[in-house]
Write a protein that binds this ligand. Structure first.
Ligand code: PMP
Length: 427
């Protein structure tokens, strides 16, 4: 009891200052006091394997990032209206990871700012306001993003210019032969409806991993099919790579590359600065110039030498440690081990994900979603020293998305505990 006392006090103080609605994970919230690589330590000195956090991309408390930020803070830090080499070096390094068409960068401080800006670019370019989004998604916390949020609780009503479409899932038990055809027909109808209402189409905004949706896997031909339709209607394609970017999918640096398409705008955030706030929008020279001619885009904290140093350090560590290839290898190993685990358990449906972002549908014996079981599993995994979470329309898809320095040994530890937790459910 003595050990839990300070945590109770901290929780009360948090409620008294940040309010009781400020979200926290777990029935008994975890007070984490330090991190190192894939490990986190709580206030009682217990360590946990981090199977959840993607922001510490190159590892918690990464010394290369910390040193780069510290050295830059001690040298100079200022906004981008003076010349400084750091932001240019960062832009060059980042853009080198993109295709030939995507060679310009706007910097922001968050994923929300990036999506907000991308939507502005699309509106101005197209002269339209209509937006297509998935019918269970999250793209950020500004007013205009709240107006198109379908996947998390927000009070803002859906914008009149927003058309949510259901993302087809090839892994769903009831996925029929006409899955692709039906989903594209729904997109055609949404576009027609935007045009009839006078909004027109400005953009299709999507997360290539459809993670909030529950790691859905659209059939081949879907994402490129939507992109072609939106472009034919005069709109732009925005890939929100806040979760799917920076080598997470293993097979490529950017999630959109899985579909063989090149979006008009790619938005970035979360892992970009390893926790130091850095976000951005990568786009074409034409779109950036067009926007720049008509607007002054200035963002005080974005693209400072310090945020650029953080971003550069992340790319440097990724390169030196071969983390994208590691994500591919460890991810394949995990997928191989998850399948038999799933086959053994009456409570696991589809095995989902790609690279170092994987999920399991937790279901009742009859295949219906089992959110309460998923929640119990996550709590049990915590007592077993492993942090994971859940997503999806029914909140029943286990979400495992560790720092990119997660190795095969770490994966085996996670899988061993997950196997035991699933076995315990059978009893
Ligand atoms: N897009 C996606 C796909 C996200 O997951 C998030 C954050 N959960 C955002 C955008 C918003 O990013 P931020 O919280 O940095 O504003």
């Amino acid at each position: 009891a003595a050990a839990t006392r300070p945590a109770q006090d901290l929780l009360a103080r948090r409620h008294a200052t940040l309010g009781s609605h400020s979200p926290l994970f777990y029935e008994t919230p975890l007070e984490l006091v330090s991190g190192n690589g894939v490990w986190l330590t709580d206030a009682q000195g217990r360590t946990y394997l981090d199977g959840y956090n993607n922001v510490p991309h190159v590892g918690h408390a990464n010394p290369v990032v910390a040193d780069a930020v510290n050295a830059q803070l001690r040298t100079i830090n200022l906004h981008t209206r003076y010349l400084n080499s750091r932001v240019v070096e960062y832009a060059e390094a980042l853009l080198a990871t993109f295709g030939d068409g995507l060679q310009r960068l706007f910097l922001t401080n968050s994923g929300s700012e990036a999506n907000e800006l991308a939507l502005r670019v699309a509106r101005q370019h197209s002269g339209n306001t209509g937006v297509l989004v998935s019918d269970f998604s999250y793209h950020g916390n500004t007013t205009s993003l709240a107006e198109l949020t379908t996947g998390l609780q927000v009070r803002e009503p859906l914008g009149a210019h927003v058309r949510p479409v259901r993302i087809p899932d090839a892994l769903a038990a009831d996925a029929g032969e006409r899955l692709l055809e039906q989903a594209l027909a729904e997109v055609d109808a949404a576009i027609a409806s935007l045009q009839e209402a006078g909004h027109g189409v400005s953009a299709f905004l999507f997360d290539p991993l459809f993670s909030t949706e529950g790691l859905l896997q659209p059939p081949a031909g879907y994402v490129d099919g939507v992109a072609a339709r939106v472009r034919a209607a005069g709109g732009l394609v925005i890939a929100d790579e806040v979760q799917s970017g920076f080598g997470r999918v293993g097979s490529s640096m950017w999630g959109h590359q899985m579909f063989g398409i090149e979006p008009d705008l790619v938005t970035l955030g979360k892992p970009m600065g390893n926790g130091y706030p850095v976000g951005g929008v990568v786009t074409t020279a034409d779109l950036l110039d067009e926007f720049g001619r008509n607007n002054m885009y200035f963002n005080t904290f974005a693209g400072t030498p310090v945020s650029s140093a953080a971003g550069l350090a992340v790319l440097q560590v990724m390169e030196e440690e071969g983390l994208m290839a590691q994500a591919a290898g460890v991810g394949a190993h995990i997928a191989d081990r998850l399948r038999p685990l799933a086959a053994k358990s009456t409570h696991v449906g589809a095995v989902r994900g790609r690279g170092l972002f994987f999920g399991l549908d937790i279901v009742e014996a009859d295949g219906t979603p089992a959110p309460a079981l998923a929640k119990a599993l996550i709590e049990d995994m915590k007592t077993r020293g492993v942090l994971i979470s859940r997503v999806g329309r029914h909140d029943n898809v286990l979400k495992m998305r560790p720092p990119m320095v997660f190795t095969r040994e770490h994966a085996d530890q996670l899988l061993e505990q997950l196997g035991l937790a699933l076995e315990a459910l059978e009893k």
